[in-house]
Structures are given as C-alpha cells and as structure tokens.
Design a protein around this ligand. Structure first.
Ligand SMILES: Cc1cc2nc3c(=O)[nH]c(=O)nc-3n(C[C@H](O)[C@H](O)[C@H](O)COP(=O)(O)OP(=O)(O)OC[C@H]3O[C@@H](n4cnc5c(N)ncnc54)[C@H](O)[C@@H]3O)c2cc1C
Length: 476
C-alpha cells in the first residue's frame, strides 16, 4: 500500500494511505491532484513566480459540498490548509508546502439578476468574469484594475479600483456570502444573518471560513467611460505630481486618476525612441457622461510637455484590461505598500528618485487614488479599516530571474523605508508580502481586537492560517 506524506498544522508529518486519499477523491465532484498527477505543477502554480511550494494534495473543488468535504478531511487529519481563489495574491498564501490546497478556481461562475441588480459570483471567478456578465446588462460593481485577479481574495480584503471613489469598496457592495465554516457547517452571512461574521468577512481576509459564493449589489453604468493615459518624461514628474495632487483634491467621485512611474512600455502612441525611457503615466477613468470627460481632465494635459496621450471614450470592460499586459503571471514579484492621507513634497521626490534607479525594466510604482465614497464610512463599519486614506502607493518590484532577486527586493524595501515617515502606518491587507507578519496589526488597525474575538468563535483552532493571520483571542 502506498502512502502520501502530508504536513500537519503543528508542522509534523502524517503518512496517509492511498485509500484515505481515494476516499476524499470519491467524495468530490471535482478532482484531487497528487504530486504524481500529470497536471500537478500546473495546479500549484500561481501568479507570483517567487512562490514555488509543493502541496501534499490539491482538492480542485467544483461545488460547495466539495469544499466541505476537503475542509472536513483537513480538520480530521489536522492538515495544514491553504485556499486558492484567483491565485493572484503576491504573498502566495494560496499554496502551502506539504498540506492540503483547497483550490476554488473551478467555481468560476457568475449569475446576474438584472431586475434586482444583484450578481451571484462563484469563489473561483475572476474580475473580468464578473465585469463581463454585469456589463451585458449595463450594470457594474466596483472591483480592481486587473481583469485576471480573483474576486474572492480581492473582496475578502476590501477591494478597490477605478469605480471605488464613486461606489465604494467591493466589500461596501457585498450583500451576502455563502461559506463553509471551519467546523463544516454551511453558513450564510449578511447584515441580517450572522452580522458579526458578515462584518469580519468584509476586510478580514480568508480567516473565518471558506467562502463559496458572493452576492454583490450592482449599479447602472454607461457602458462607455472616458479613460486613458497621459505620459510625461520623468524629468517633469516632480512638477507633474505636485499639480496632480492639487487636481486630485478637487476631482469628482466619478473620476479616478492614478500615477504609474516606470519605464515606458512600447505603447503605440509613443515615439519608438521613448520606449524604455523613465516616465510618469497618468491613468484615468471618468465614469460620468463620457462626452464630458474631455473637458474635465483637460488640465491634466498641461502639467508639462507630454510625450504622448491616448484618451477617449471606450467600453469600461476594455479599460478594465488595459493593465493586464503589464501584470501577466509568471514573473517574480515583491511588493511593498503604504497608505497616505496626502502626498507631501518629500514623498513625491522619493518616488521620482526611486524611478531613476529602477533595477529591472518591469519594476514600477503605482499611486492609486482612493477617497470619495470609500471614506464616507467609519473605520469600524467593516473589518477593512482604512477609511481616511486618499492614496495608496505600491512599490511593485517585478523581474525575471532569481539572480535579480536581491537588487529588486532591495529597491522596493529602500523606497518603502524612505516613504515610511509620511505614511499612515496602515497597510491594505491584500498588498502585503509573505515576510510582513509584523505588519498584520497595521492591516486590521482598530478592528483587530474584534476580529480576534470572531476568529475565536469561527476558527478557534486557527485551521485557516495561510493568510494574513488573525490569531484566535485565546492564543494572545
Ligand atoms: C496584478 C494584480 C493586480 C491587483 N490589483 C488590485 C486592485 O486593483 N485592487 C485591489 O483591491 N487589489 C488588487 N490586487 C490585490 C488582490 O486584491 C489580492 O492579491 C487578492 O488576494 C487576490 O485575490 P485572489 O483570489 O486572486 O488571490 P488568492 O491568492 O487565490 O487568494 C488570496 C488569499 O485569500 C484567501 N481566499 C481566497 N479565496 C478565498 C475564499 N473563497 N474563502 C476564504 N478565503 C479565501 C486565502 O487566504 C488566500 O490565500 C492585485 C493583485 C495583483 C497580483
């Protein structure tokens, strides 16, 4: 009889008989991948190529009862568990070494009720899946800016993108969630039903159970937005950002303007000679009447001498894929992130200096504009607490080979340190890397205590610990 060696919660190894694994397999509509399966390497790979972990088993779940069977199996054998939605998280917690990876990516469905303006979304759906189905009815909910990110992980951390200043975070539009509790119970959480759990799901990450589907409120939207890019040379970036800061302060909630500092990609509207040159890109999306967008953003065209621009009316669904080519899977990635209430001159100067020493052509700095409707709620309204943040700045170190690890990670850390004095000290849980356990308290902020109490109630054994972990109250 052959055995499988699996890692347990306490780090010990458990030898499981092939009969035990076959019994789990027989209980699923989906499939079990073992290290011998032909597509095991495909099954364990995620967006960030820095993460190279080898689960003992992968349960590819198709329906909620698969998730329950896999979680029951893990609890019974005290196995280390990881949960994969879209597999985009930079920390790589979707994959565990030696334990049971519960892969929800086959649950990639979306159902829109246009009359009620509501979408039901499977836990494996990607942002593009939800956008596509909702936009078919000229409806939308705010998500992130990259169509291949998973709805599940994004939502459980908060979720923001081009429409969040207008409609709030993804969690502000979450109506309910179905989940499998860590004791195997099938749960439904909403404002009316298990409201404490529903509160915790809206920003507390994957700490409280495995969500099998989400229900979102949808908003009517003009299917076309006014969107695009304006590109300035890095030599003008300090001045451009100071003027951008003033423009952003008065921007309406239905306009979001983000800055990207990096080497210019080979964009067709730039001269070939400018490809690879350090630049600042203003990326903007206006979701009001697209015919009014041109006049509204006019000042942004005159912040210096642009190298080029590509602006105009386009389908929102197309704009949602605009950054996909820069964010494809398979590269090595290391991120650092800070929240800001304002961009002071020192921050701007540090961003410009760091852009002149990019260690790889793939590295970039993102300045995301938040505020608007997001900040109308209190820090305690949902588990996501950062309701006073106007800008989030991400140092996206991204490169190709292990030989570049040190210089690229070092670049992100150095900029992070330089920006720290001006930052709020808080961090968005979804932008944290695997080496940031010391910052977990900064992600949950004033809500951490309540989250620990709820963790005690819903996961007292900390079965779900492959995440930005909230420890049960009794462990603290
Ligand atoms: C290229 C890129 C662009 C991004 N852009 C944005 C953006 O614009 N806005 C934004 O807000 N964020 C953005 N993010 C961050 C993103 O929100 C997080 O990486 C998020 O965790 C991705 O979710 P996922 O399901 O793809 O990830 P996964 O890696 O599959 O999951 C992340 C974690 O979430 C938990 N989890 C996932 N599914 C479930 C579930 N069903 N039940 C319980 N726990 C679960 C697990 O702990 C898991 O480790 C971006 C990330 C990338 C890589």
């Amino acid at each position: 009889m052959s055995h499988y060696s699996l890692k347990q919660l306490d780090g010990g190894a458990l030898q499981l008989s092939s009969e035990a694994v076959e019994s789990l397999s027989a209980a699923l509509r989906g499939e079990i991948l073992t290290p011998d399966s032909s597509h095991y390497d495909w099954g364990r790979s995620i967006w960030n190529a820095m993460i190279d972990r080898r689960p003992g088993l992968i349960a590819r779940c198709v329906v909620p009862s698969d998730v329950r069977a896999a979680l029951d199996f893990a609890r019974e054998h005290r196995l280390l568990v990881s949960v994969k939605g879209g597999g985009h998280n930079v920390a790589g917690n979707a994959v565990c070494d030696g334990g049971l990876m519960i892969d929800l990516s086959p649950m990639r469905w979306v159902r829109v009720d246009a009359e009620r303006q509501v979408a039901q979304v499977g836990a494996g759906a990607l942002l593009g899946d939800l956008d596509r189905e909702a936009l078919a009815y000229d409806l939308i909910t705010p998500l992130g800016i990259n169509s291949t990110t998973g709805v599940a992980g994004l939502t459980l951390g908060g979720g923001f993108g081009w429409l969040s200043r207008r409609f709030g975070l993804s969690v502000d539009n979450l109506l309910s969630a179905d989940l499998v509790g860590t004791d195997g119970q099938m749960l439904h959480a909403s404002e009316e039903h298990l409201p404490d759990l529903f509160w915790a799901l809206r920003g507390g990450g994957g700490n409280f159970g495995i969500v099998t589907s989400f229900e979102f409120k949808l908003h009517p939207i003009c299917p076309d937005v006014f969107a695009g890019l304006i590109v300035y040379p890095l030599s003008e970036a300090a001045s451009v950002m100071r003027q951008y800061r003033a423009f952003a302060a008065d921007a309406p909630d239905n306009l979001s303007v983000w800055c990207v500092l990096r080497q210019a990609p080979p964009l067709p509207f730039l001269d070939a000679g400018d490809h690879g040159r350090e630049v600042i890109l203003l990326a903007l999306c206006y979701s009001g009447n697209p015919d009014e967008g041109d006049a509204l953003i006019e000042p942004l065209r005159h912040l210096g001498t642009p190298l080029g621009e590509h602006l105009g009316r386009q389908p929102y669904g197309a704009w949602q894929t605009a950054f996909d080519p820069l964010l494809t899977p398979g590269a090595r990635n290391y991120w650092k992130s800070h929240n800001f209430k304002a961009l002071d001159d020192g921050v701007i100067d540090s961003l410009v200096a760091a852009t002149s020493t990019l260690p790889s052509p793939h590295c970039e700095i993102f300045v995301g504009q938040l505020g608007g409707v997001i900040n109308l709620r209190s820090a305690e309204a949902t588990a996501y607490p950062h309701r006073d943040v106007e800008f989030v700045i991400n140092m996206h170190a991204r490169w190709e080979t292990a030989a570049e690890d040190k210089s690229c990670v070092g670049w992100a850390r150095a900029l992070f340190d330089a920006l720290a004095p001006a930052a709020t000290g808080g961090v968005y849980v979804n932008f944290m890397t695997e080496d940031e356990q010391a910052r977990v308290g900064n992600a949950y902020g004033p809500n951490q205590r309540r989250l620990m109490q709820l963790k005690q109630r819903y996961d007292p054994d900390n079965l779900l610990r492959m995440n930005q972990n909230i420890r049960p109250d009794s462990e603290n």
